[in-house]
Design a protein around this ligand. Structure first.
Ligand code: PMM
Length: 265
């Protein structure tokens, strides 16, 4: 078992994701990109067919499956595969095709069948904090105190996971940076990672190239945010976060290696 913080590399098979939309729309290109990330030392791959960016329009279920399935089939067997989906039907097919983890940014709220399907499949489950789809989520970023409210809403979802029969050891929690959160709220969550790492579950953090980093960097475009992302990965590694979900891999691995080396000295 690897003790260090893992790097989950993103393979978005979407036309409209904010940082890499349209780059790997062909299954062949997406598989080649996944293999490239594996060569760079990625620990897990997260394959997604639906952009969750603010204002995004959902693809139909069959289109999402058409994008994701051949890429899962092409990359399964090399390293553990996660599939980023809010749909139970996609999750079921993805596990049958070789995925071990279902990454549901809605924490089971978008599809009433999701938790039951995950329980039946025996897959690991990323339960992310979420308040609504991309089309409406920016208007839902209203909190009196963001950290305890996100913790409380995640606990509610954890109860739903248990009630559906998902083994708690298989549940990974994620505060959902940028999902119904302002930049200030994202920073507050990162300043209080201990609120999540003490909840008794593995924690996943997806900060990669996100808007709150763009604000910090005077609006620099997403591709130019990897160094800032690596700084977040360092904080996550210091705080005992299980994995960081990132677009760029080598720099994130290097940043985490520094934390690990200091820890051993
Ligand atoms: N962020 C995005 C997509 N999926 N999944 C999890 N668990 N956590 C995240 O923070 C997360 C996610 C949005 O980023 P992208 O559009 O670049 O994939």
């Amino acid at each position: 078992m690897i003790g260090r913080t893992l790097v989950m590399g993103v393979v978005n098979v979407t036309p409209d994701s904010f940082s890499d939309g349209g780059l790997w729309m062909d299954a062949e290109d997406a598989i080649a990109h996944g293999l490239d990330l594996i060569a760079q030392g990625v620990d897990l791959l997260d394959i997604g067919g639906e952009s969750t960016r603010p204002g995004s329009v959902r693809p139909p279920a069959d289109e999402e499956l058409r994008r994701v399935l051949p890429v899962v089939q092409g990359l399964a067997g090399y390293i553990p595969i996660s599939v980023d989906t809010m749909r139970a039907s996609t999750a079921r097919c993805a596990v049958e095709a070789g995925a071990q983890i279902i990454n549901d940014v809605s924490g089971g709220l978008a599809d009433p069948e999701m938790l039951r399907v995950v329980a039946e499949a025996g897959a690991d489950y990323v339960c992310q904090h979420w308040r609504g789809h991309g089309a409406v989520m920016n208007g839902l970023a209203t909190y009196d105190d963001v950290v305890p409210e996100v913790v409380a809403e995640l606990k509610e979802r954890l109860r739903a996971c248990s009630a559906a029969g998902i083994d708690p050891a298989k549940v990974i929690i994620d505060p959902g940076l940028g999902f119904a959160k302002t930049a200030d709220q994202d920073w507050a969550l990162l300043a209080h990672l201990d609120a999540f790492t003490t909840m008794g579950h593995r924690v996943l953090i997806g900060a990669s190239r996100k808007r709150f980093l763009g604000h910090l960097l005077s609006g620099r475009e997403p591709m130019g945010r990897d160094a800032a992302t690596a700084a977040v990965s360092v904080i996550c590694a210091q705080q005992g976060v299980w994995a960081v979900r990132t677009h760029e891999v080598r720099g994130q691995r290097d940043a985490i290696a520094v934390v690990e080396r200091i820890r051993r000295s």
